[in-house]
Design a protein around this ligand. Sequence first.
Ligand code: NZQ
Ligand code: ZN
Length: 385
Amino acid sequence: MQNFIRYNPTKVIFGKDIIDQIAEEISPIGKKALIVIGKGSVKASGLYARLVSLLNICGIEHSTFEGIKSNPIYQDADAAVKQAQSFKADMVIALGGGSVIDTAKAVAMGFYVDHSTWDFYLQKTKPEKALPIITILTLAATGTEMNPFTVLQDTENGSKRGYGHPLLYPKVSYLDPSFTTTVPADYTAYGVSDLIAHCLEQFFGTGNAPLTDLHTSAVIRLAVNYGLKVKDHPDDYETRANIMWLATNALNGSLTAGKNSGDWACHGFEHSLSVLFDIAHGAGLSIVFPAWLKFHQEKIAAKLAFLAKQVFDIDTGNELDAAKAFIHHLEKFYQQINTPIRLKEVNIDPSAKTAILDNFKLNKVNGQVYKLTEADHEALLNLMW
Ligand code: NZQ
Ligand code: ZN
């Protein structure tokens, strides 16, 4: 087992209608909130109006930055920083999915500086202060509601990058599963794919940590069960609640106890697909992960055999057969929930090969444990068609 620090300062408030008590948490924080929202779902669902009326009741002034796109861009974060500065915000409230929350995190650290938020992602500088971040999650997927990470992109230069800093842990996160019942079937499935990918990335980290491995496989097993169930019962509260809490736990530090932080090559490859073709993060991951698993299957056969047993009750006696069976069942599951497993399903054809390989090279996507060279990229990519 490797040395580790387990620290997570985010206060999670989970359950139905819990935002009605939002004043208790945020009144002591400040008086002026910048609200960040996406392209309209929270207006259509009535959640935005509900938040605004709660803030009005407790006397918190607010200004709203609207229009964050899925696969968010740093230019929106920079514009939201300017709005927060001129409004003199003393907190940021993110109402939305991962894209909105990640932008709000950029705003929180960008508020105190006079350069672009993108400089943080380029590792040119680090924040010394950040505004308090409050999140109201509307889509179960990324885990950003309980972690210190944010991911933005510079579309023109083909770069989607993550940044992590302890100042970016949300101060309070409200998780009401009923807010996710309006998420369409495709994004619900992409969320399940993303949370499983987070489990897998960390599972392939180094370090002997049996409790963490069992925990990780249990999260995947439950994600498969509830991922299938939510397809037929999108309004079922218990199903949505379980998916929401699984997604949070998949990337809040629980699954790295006793291990290094994971491999993360698949996230790197997926970020290339998202920045080049603007596909949904979870859709990209269900294409990239099976390819990566197949590429490494001999090296990781024992680990895959463990997952085959824990997740799908497969016990063939032969490690490599079990490994292949795990990959096959994972692909079958992705197909059952209608998340793509091949590039052609998202209309990316082989004529894009050079552009994709160039982007992998530009962003130096190689992974941290099972390292890939540039020479491996093409073979890996071929497994995605
Ligand atoms: O923009 P609106 O209108 O709000 O619509 C969104 C968007 O179209 C919609 N949506 C969200 N909640 C909804 C809803 N529609 C109906 N009802 C609701 N309750 O769903 C669409 C996708 O939203 P988005 O926020 O983009 O999805 P997600 O939560 O999957 O976030 C994806 C982003 O997070 C990054 C990804 O790279 C991607 O940019 N990630 C962030 C991580 C982190 N900070 O820790 C880790 C992840 O690995 C990931 O990289
Ligand atoms: Zn992810």
